[in-house]
Design a protein around this ligand. Structure first.
Ligand code: URP
Ligand code: ZN
Ligand code: ZN
Length: 467
């Protein structure tokens, strides 16, 4: 199967240029001057032509933080690997890295195999796994080495959710020491869960049960404090640290200070922290439950600090933390007790579009958009140069993006298996036109043309930013 993507502006992390992209089988074979002899010769024998005139041609998005079918609070995230990865494809994301979960008392291997079984044969786009360590013990430490060798090279630990995923500082120290020896990256959910649980219990006993109290019992300073602790534990052990879903300026200052010292410390933020705020959690009635996630949405003044962090590279990546729960049946579990609202927001479909609004509003350049949504996640999580770049030899994961088309985000038109959109009615500029995943056109003019099972597991190498 030979595909020619012609007439567009190829945008990479380092620059933009008019070029045609030549695809043979699953790989990119060349970038060539439009109309050049190379293109003419290739064009004599192509199966598919994609006209990218007036459009941007970018490497397929990589969402390094999703939770398909994740069990949480007695229910599970509503997108399966099938529906969630198809929605990802619609939004120009051609690779996800999801989180396999070790349960307490069980091995890492068992958790990973469970997630392999969920994803196998279901996915529309390629997928990898991080491993959630919920039980740090002698056996799981040994198992980390094996997982790294098998292409699962990053481990998430939680300073939040006591009794579920929570690890003590001692557990974290031990896991970080092992990760440092393996060259693996430790991903941290940095919120002080022990202190938060006290605030939550007090709020519930006072009768403060509405969704907005989710935010008020998880103060920003307890994210900053945990981030500081994570940074220091990583400093002591030498482990590469990647702070997930960073939501506010205080935590960002901790990451920035670590990076200024030259520490291998990195962080991502998510579209919900760039566009939504605590006021959404305080919407009338139970509407605020749609916006309950952890860390919680913060006051809007944090948006500027996060965009600045994306410009300065103190924030390196935008992932979604896609973790959808239906409003009607699942968020409902927490009516009358915010602590029972399943935590998470749907977003895998609109990450590329939402971050592109940063280009429209001149917060970041188009090149930086590509970098934070594709190239950096590829390098951070050991997928580069197979992914994250349009270059000869790379997987032909390519998105043709219309920078001018207007669209309105709505649950009525999205493809995620969830009954609401956190961005309902938001009018945005820019839209995905065509998506090529490993050489196949999987989305064209708003239609899905791929098949279930197109996506394959990708074994990952180590973080390529380590100093
Ligand atoms: O609210 C969130 N973030 N849900 C998903 C689980 C996690 O902590 O990433
Ligand atoms: Zn988390
Ligand atoms: Zn998450």
């Amino acid at each position: 199967m030979r595909t020619l993507i012609s007439g567009g502006i190829v945008v990479s992390a380092t620059g933009s240029t008019a070029a045609d992209v030549l695809v043979d089988g699953e790989r990119i074979v060349a970038l060539a001057d439009p109309g050049s002899h190379v293109v003419q010769a290739f064009a004599e024998n192509v199966d598919t032509r994609v006209d990218a005139t007036g459009k941007l041609v970018v490497p397929g998005g990589i969402d390094a933080h999703t939770h398909m079918e994740m069990p949480f609070g007695g229910t599970r995230a509503s997108d399966t690997f099938e529906t969630g990865t198809r929605a990802a494809a619609f939004g120009g994301t051609t690779t996800i890295v999801d989180f396999a979960i070790q349960r307490r008392g069980e091995s890492l291997r068992k958790g990973l195999d469970t997630w392999f079984a969920k994803a196998d044969g279901q996915c529309a786009v390629d997928y990898g796994f991080h491993m959630i360590l919920a039980d740090v013990n002698d056996q799981s430490l040994v198992e980390m080495d094996r997982l790294v060798a098998d292409g699962v090279t990053s481990f998430k630990l939680f300073m939040a959710y006591p009794g579920v995923f929570y690890s003590t500082d001692g557990d974290i120290l031990r896991a970080m020491r092992r990760a440092a020896a393996d060259g693996a990256t430790v991903m941290m959910h940095a919120e002080n869960g022990i202190a938060i649980d006290v605030l939550v219990d007090e709020a519930i006993s006072r009768g403060d049960t509405d969704p907005r109290f989710h935010g008020l019992t998880r103060p920003e300073r307890l994210e900053a404090e945990a981030t500081h602790r994570a940074v220091e534990l990583a400093r002591v052990t030498g482990a590469p640290l990647y702070v997930v879903h960073l939501s506010a300026s205080g935590a960002l200052e901790e990451v920035t200070a670590a990076r200024d010292r030259g520490q291998n410390a990195f962080a991502e933020t998510c579209p919900q922290y760039l566009f939504l705020s605590d006021e959404d959690m305080a919407r009338d009635g139970f509407e605020g439950a749609k916006y309950v996630c952890s860390p919680p949405l913060r006051p809007a003044h944090n948006h500027d600090a996060l965009w600045r962090g994306l410009r300065t590279n103190d924030l390196s990546v935008v992932s979604t933390d896609h973790c959808p729960f239906c409003f009607k049946e699942q968020k409902e579990l927490g009516r009358g007790d915010f602590s029972k609202i399943p935590n998470g927001i749907p977003g895998v479909e609109h990450r590329m579009d939402l971050v592109y609004q940063g280009v429209v509003r001149r917060e970041i350049s188009a090149e930086r958009w590509v970098e934070v949504t594709s190239t950096t996640p590829a390098r951070m999580f050991g997928l580069y140069p197979r992914k994250g770049v349009i270059a000869p030899g790379a997987d032909a994961d390519v998105v043709v993006y219309d920078p001018r088309r207007q669209q309105t985000i709505s649950a009525a038109s999205h493809h995620m298996a969830v009954d609401y959109s956190a961005y309902e009615g938001m009018e945005i500029t820019g839209a995905v036109d065509t998506v090529v995943a490993r050489g196949r056109v999987v989305v064209s003019q708003g239609r899905y043309t791929g098949s279930k099972g197109d996506g394959r597991f990708v074994s990952r190498g180590l973080n390529q930013y380590l100093r």
